[in-house]
Design a binder for this molecule. Structure first.
Ligand SMILES: C[S@@+](CC[C@H](N)C(=O)[O-])C[C@H]1O[C@@H](n2cnc3c(N)ncnc32)[C@H](O)[C@@H]1O
Length: 340
């Protein structure tokens, strides 16, 4: 880890005596390593000691110098006023080599400092964006560039699978990686899967990799573009047929063993269309956002709704449980259904 710092440029033969004087005056910045340049040494000094060094007749230079210890978190080097440090985010999402971070209101004017600090601290990060949340029907992130390359396309990895995505054009949530893989634990070779709200296709491609045939729909054309790119990257293009379409239209003309419904605020409104596609029996994998103390009763309501549509329904598992808001989480309901 390096940073630009003020330093004093001194001849090697006087280096030791100058260093002693800097230490005595509490001017040496001991967090950084001195740097040798030909016959000279640059000693890092504190910003507030620059005038002192000049009064001593020393030549002050600004140079990129290395930290002595390995910086473990961006918080160690980020420049924000001390009284605001407590608001620094402890977590963020990384998609490929791009970081998406939510900035609390108190730190809005220091957002770029946070971006720069993240970029300097983590070698795998090439761009940092301020994440203003997902918006609209496509659920796409609204972003402000903070630091690094102005690039929104990247290769995102989950459990050995590679996905090409553009974080400004399609919904991406690395926090759902476990759920994407979970679907493949339910799916067997030869099964037919209908991924109603496919996005860039993480559920679809995990299922296709397991040997299932997947029909995928999304109304966002970029989502289907990146789904096919990723299908090719993972060599499952022959197992996927994707449509830029409202899932309700396609649901009229296909039959499936598994239906994936990841449109958490609205999944339930599409339940009748999902059921239409089930052969004699199958599994609905429905994602919802729900209050933690209400998820049990919500799942019971959904089971009742399925029963009144002429199916037997059995809850196999409630998965995920990733926090979404205070007392609310993202839940996966895996429900076995069979026609009565
Ligand atoms: C929360 S995202 C889920 C994306 C993906 N399944 C994932 O896990 O990354 C919901 C997706 O549903 C799509 N969508 C919304 N309404 C739709 C509809 N009626 N038919 C098909 N897709 C729809 C949006 O464009 C968006 O990509």
């Amino acid at each position: 880890m390096r940073t630009i710092s003020p330093g004093v440029l001194v001849k090697k033969e006087v280096a030791e005596s100058v260093k002693r004087k800097l230490i005595e005056a509490n001017a040496l910045n001991s967090e950084l390593r001195p740097k040798a340049v030909n016959d000279y040494v640059i000693f890092p000094i504190k910003e507030e000691s620059v005038e002192f060094a000049k009064r001593m007749g020393l030549k002050v230079v600004y140079e990129e110098l290395e930290y002595r210890h390995k910086v473990k978190t961006y918080k160690e080097i980020v420049e924000v006023p001390d009284h605001l440090r407590k608001y620094l985010p402890t977590s963020y999402d990384q998609v490929g080599d791009i970081v998406l971070i939510k900035i609390p209101n108190e730190l809005r004017e220091y957002a770029r400092n946070i971006g720069e600090a993240i970029l300097k601290t983590y070698k795998s990060v090439k761009s940092v964006y301020w994440d203003l949340g997902v918006k609209g029907l496509y659920r796409v992130h609204k972003l402000i560039h903070l630091a690094g390359e102005r690039r929104t396309e990247t290769i995102h990895r989950e459990y050995g699978m590679r996905f090409k995505v553009d974080i400004s054009k399609v919904y991406v949530s690395p926090r759902l990686a476990e759920e994407h893989k979970k679907l493949s634990e339910y799916v067997s070779e030869g099964d037919v899967v209908f991924d109603m709200f496919s996005g860039y296709g993480p559920f679809s491609i995990f299922a296709a990799r397991k040997g299932a045939f997947v029909y995928a729909t999304d109304i966002n054309p970029y989502a289907i573009h990146y789904l096919y790119e990723s299908a090719r990257l993972n060599k499952v293009q022959d197992n996927v047929l994707a449509f830029v379409s409202d899932c309700r239209k396609i649901s009229q003309s296909l039959k499936a063993d598994h239906v994936v419904m990841n449109f958490p605020h609205h999944s339930i409104d599409f339940l009748e269309h999902a059921l239409k596609t089930i052969r004699d029996r199958g599994i609905i994998h429905m994602y919802v956002i729900e209050r933690d103390n209400a998820i049990k009763s919500t799942s019971e309501n959904i089971i009742r709704k399925i029963s009144s549509a002429g199916f037997k329904a059995r809850l196999l598992e409630i998965s995920c449980g990733k926090p979404y808001a205070p007392y609310q989480s993202y839940y996966g309901l895996h429900i076995e259904v069979s026609r009565c």
